[in-house]
Design a binder for this molecule. Sequence first.
Ligand SMILES: O=C(O)CCC(=O)C(=O)O
Ligand SMILES: [Fe+2]
Length: 287
Amino acid sequence: MTQTTGRQHITDDLRQWIVAQATAGHAPDVVLQSMLKSGWDEETAAQALEETLRGYLSEHARANGLPEPKVVPEPMTLDAAPELDGGDRRVQVLASMLHPRVVVLGGLLSGEECDELVELARARLVRSETVQLDTGGSEVNEARTSDGMFFGRGENALCARIEARIAALMQWPVENGEGLQVLRYRPGAQYKPHYDYFDPAQPGTPGILKRGGQRVGTLVMYLNTPQRGGATTFPDVKLDVAPIKGNAVFFSYDRPHPMTRSLHGGAPVVEGEKWVATKWLREGRFE
Ligand SMILES: O=C(O)CCC(=O)C(=O)O
Ligand SMILES: [Fe+2]
């Protein structure tokens, strides 16, 4: 079967060749370059590559009883620019990893924005609860010994500005984001390693997913720099991200499965306090 795009046909031979290249371990940008060299126009080549690999991954997932991958937010551009356009602010890419997909961002928030968020949140903090998946309600949890609060999306000018910046950076609609959550960890407080997606096996999950679908990405923004401790940890790959005021760590998970290696936690704070704002991004509109 062939499919027509603007100029050239995507043939079965081409699809097979793309899958062979990918399974041989060639990165998508390398495959794209060889397609361009052999005369494919860029639009057709990019479309063929994306569709073929997505189709292949879905088939592979179905055949192996795994959830199918979804499109996820992604802050980095193909040209590997070290600074990203956040609309009203330039944001630095300090480090990135492919699997798990993690991007460490510098200067996402200004010092004043961090201070203002802390002050707006402080009076509304309560002991953190986590979503309880067997009922869909929430409960106080020993694995999470922080205090927290949620802002409504666009609740005030500061939240709206930060949300617009995140949407521009991630190329992901503001409407797909949950309201900002602010957490305060005192010395000894931590958030034990967990996944942010909702476990499909839990009875409460279908109810939660009615509003916006799965979570597909998380942005943890550091609102201060604790004196010691408090890194965001990714135990599967032994990665620790240092909590530095104004910086942030973004990670995505294209399906609700540990194979994403998106297990992460907030290490115990040793000295000082740690304040973060977390933004969870859903696959659909969170209204
Ligand atoms: O505090 C951290 O570093 C991680 C926070 C977190 O995992 C979350 O809010 O879901
Ligand atoms: Fe988390």
